[in-house]
Ligand binder design. Structure first.
Ligand code: ZN
Length: 347
């Protein structure tokens, strides 16, 4: 331990302390910080590994999904043994990271982040990292972050394409200043319909963690005030100006938090006795069933009429109605159903 200025810091962090931007004081701040990761798929696996190695004090990893073999191409924390054991990602990640850095309190939590659980799961942390795969969670996290003054770092990728920007509540534009409303259900591409390559995941997650390290070490003035947008296949790297913070922004301007109140998110209920879960969208939602059918065509067995689209996929039966409502047959688990909905129908 090096405690020359009264703050004991483990020698394993010497290369970060030598780095001018962080130094001893910055490292001490990182070591005292508490970070929560929302999701632990591809982005989350890279983020979790970098954050634990960087020496955050505590990392909570929340994920509602299990490891499957199609994850291994890019979710670098997981291996074939996790697939065989059907381990929840949060548990597999915790197991791996505990032996990477025993100084960090790593906690895997197998749960769904939703309006009822978010306060309990994210409350009291210094920073929220977005490694989710859907907009329901991102808009919910944004409401929570702004209401509680906790910074968060947005990250998303699909194909060879990625986007990331940090949100410092009260200081930089929030998600709703940038995209006031969620993209309509059925429009958004996801990794499960459009694919994704590992390198873009590594890039976006690494950029997110660099912003996290600035925020946690106290280098707030270095935090990016732009959107980083990349496409590794067509060789495009751009820093896009953020819009100005809007006093009319429903979230950070008017301080309305409808996602936290559960008003604009997905409404999920289990259907008793039918081994099914129903997901209902907000009033007035319309989805384009033809567009969904075109996306799912190569992946699923489909039946369609003018009222609904039925897809048999991964052993589940998804029935989608044109108002965005879906019945997912083959499970009682709301987390599984929401994850199938986000994957195959849209966010
Ligand atoms: Zn805002």
């Amino acid at each position: 331990m090096d405690s020359s200025n009264g703050t004991p810091i483990h020698p394993r962090y010497s290369r970060q302390i030598l780095f001018n931007g962080i130094g001893r004081e910055g490292q001490a701040r990182i070591c005292a910080s508490r970070v929560v990761l929302v999701g632990c798929g591809a982005l989350g696996a890279v983020q979790a590994s970098l954050l634990v190695r960087a020496g955050v004090g505590e990392l909570r990893i929340i994920d509602r999904d299990f490891v499957d073999e199609t994850n291994l191409q890019r979710q670098i924390l997981f291996d074939e043994e996790d697939v065989r054991a059907v381990l929840p990602k949060a548990v597999a990640a915790e197991n791996k990271l505990r032996v990477v850095n025993s100084l960090v309190k790593v906690e895997g939590v197998v749960e769904d982040v939703n309006p009822s659980s978010i306060e309990r799961l994210l409350g009291g942390f210094d920073l929220i990292m977005d490694a989710s795969d859907n907009f329901d969670v991102r808009y919910l996290v944004n409401d929570f972050s702004v209401k509680n003054g906790i910074p968060w770092v947005y990250g998303a990728c699909v194909g060879a394409n990625g986007l990331t920007f940090p949100i410092l509540p009260g200081e930089t534009p929030c998600l709703r200043c940038i995209f006031e409303n969620k993209p309509p259900a059925g429009i958004g591409m996801s990794c499960d319909t459009a694919g994704v390559i590992g390198p873009i995941v590594g890039m976006v997650a690494s950029m997110q963690v660099a912003e996290a390290m600035k925020i946690l070490s106290g280098a707030r003035d270095q935090v990016s005030r732009k959107i980083s947008s990349l496409d590794l296949w067509i060789n495009r790297h751009e820093m896009v100006e953020l819009p100005a913070r809007s006093p009319e922004c429903p979230c950070c301007g008017r301080h309305e938090y409808p996602f936290l109140d559960g008003m604009l998110g997905a409404d999920v209920t289990t259907l008793c006795g039918r081994n099914s879960v129903q997901i209902r969208r907000q009033e007035g939602t319309r989805v384009n069933l033809d567009a969904i059918a075109r996306r799912l065509g190569p992946l699923a067995q489909l039946e369609q009429n003018k009222f609904l689209l039925r897809a048999v996929i991964d052993g589940y039966q998804l029935t989608v109605f044109s108002d965005g409502r879906a019945i997912i047959n083959g499970t009682y688990d709301m987390g599984v159903a929401k994850s199938l909905y986000a994957r195959y129908i849209g966010n």
